[in-house]
Design a protein around this ligand. Structure first.
Ligand code: CP
Ligand code: NVA
Length: 306
């Protein structure tokens, strides 16, 4: 993974198809204990939004590699008092070895990357959630023994997770179908980017038809109907998104061996029923665990092992 050393991961499209496959292979080897790597570096976490999985899995990954983690809580640093990103970035660059940022605008993440020489990782923006999708692909590969040729159907909001799934599935040769209510489609520029990666070899489909997209799918995937920052719309969105709920009926339309994924946190009874979430086709806990293994592979690839 020498090719990744020193680079940023701002979008999943920053990785080539081969680099995604190599990261997944490394993650699987780290998870199985087949290899054990050390990386005595310092990771900064600058999170402007809440997080459980991303925060904890990045921290544990770094500790297990023998490194350190600094939680740069915006509330107790000068960023919340208006210090310009350009200034904060150049200072953090002098202390840290790598920086993971969770924020709203992709542009802010890109400004951090522009003003730092250390690797910057997108730990979720309004546009993308690449680290999540690396773990998702690892989970799918574990379940099916392959990725290419499988079909993933995402139902719900055309949000950050949908965007990174579009790119990630296209990169590994999976068919990707996104079903959203009208006016909640994914960003057309990301859809075009995914189609360009897929080069007509695999499906990249965006529709409003939940039932048609679920038919025969190997993976059903959903996320919250209102993301962080959209809480004011959460109640009004419920009736609009109801036809896109992953429930037993929709699952029965998918491939009989289909698995169900959710990036979490979930709102049971909204985008997914409790029965499906706790059912035998759900792989959400393996998926959450894989955040640790995928991000450990990412950290060691961007930083290099000791
Ligand atoms: N899936 C995910 O990113 O979870 P957190 O918001 O808890 O980090
Ligand atoms: N789309 C969700 C994902 C949370 C992990 C959000 O941005 O809030």
């Amino acid at each position: 993974m020498a090719a990744l050393k020193g680079r940023d991961l701002l979008s999943l499209a920053d990785l080539s198809a081969d680099e995604v496959q190599e990261l997944l292979q490394l993650a699987a080897q780290l998870k199985s204990g087949q290899i054990n790597l050390r990386c005595n570096k310092v990771l900064g976490l600058l999170f402007y939004k809440a997080s459980t999985r991303t925060r904890v899995s990045f921290s544990v990954a770094m500790y297990q590699l023998g490194g350190q983690v600094m939680d740069l809580n915006p509330d107790v640093t000068q960023v919340s008092r208006g210090e310009p990103v350009q200034d904060t970035a150049r200072v953090l660059d002098r202390y840290l070895d790598i920086l993971a940022i969770r924020t709203f605008e992709q542009q802010q993440l890109e400004t951090f990357a522009q003003y730092t020489k250390i690797p910057v990782i997108n730990a979720l923006t309004d546009l993308e959630h690449p680290c999540q999708i690396l773990a998702d692909l690892l989970t799918i590969q574990e379940c099916f023994g392959k990725l290419a040729g499988l079909t993933l159907t995402y139902l719900g909001d055309g949000n950050n997770v949908a965007h990174s799934l579009l790119l990630g599935c296209a990169l590994v040769g999976m068919n990707v179908r996104i079903a959203t209510p009208p006016e909640f489609e994914p960003n057309p520029a990301i859809v075009e980017q995914a189609q360009a990666i897929a080069r007509s070899q695999t499906e990249v489909v965006v529709t409003h038809d939940a039932v048609a997209t679920a038919r025969g799918a190997n993976v059903l995937y959903t996320d919250v109907w209102a993301s962080m920052g959209q809480e004011a719309e959460a109640t009004s969105r419920i009736p609009v998104f109801q036809p896109y709920q992953i429930n037993q009926h929709l699952l029965s339309i998918a491939n009989p061996k289909a698995i169900v994924l959710h990036c979490l946190p979930a709102h049971r009874g909204e985008e997914i029923t409790n029965g499906v979430m706790e059912g035998f086709q759900s792989r959400v806990w393996d998926q959450a665990e894989n955040r640790l293994h995928a991000q450990k592979a990412l950290l060691v690839s961007l930083l290099g092992a000791d």
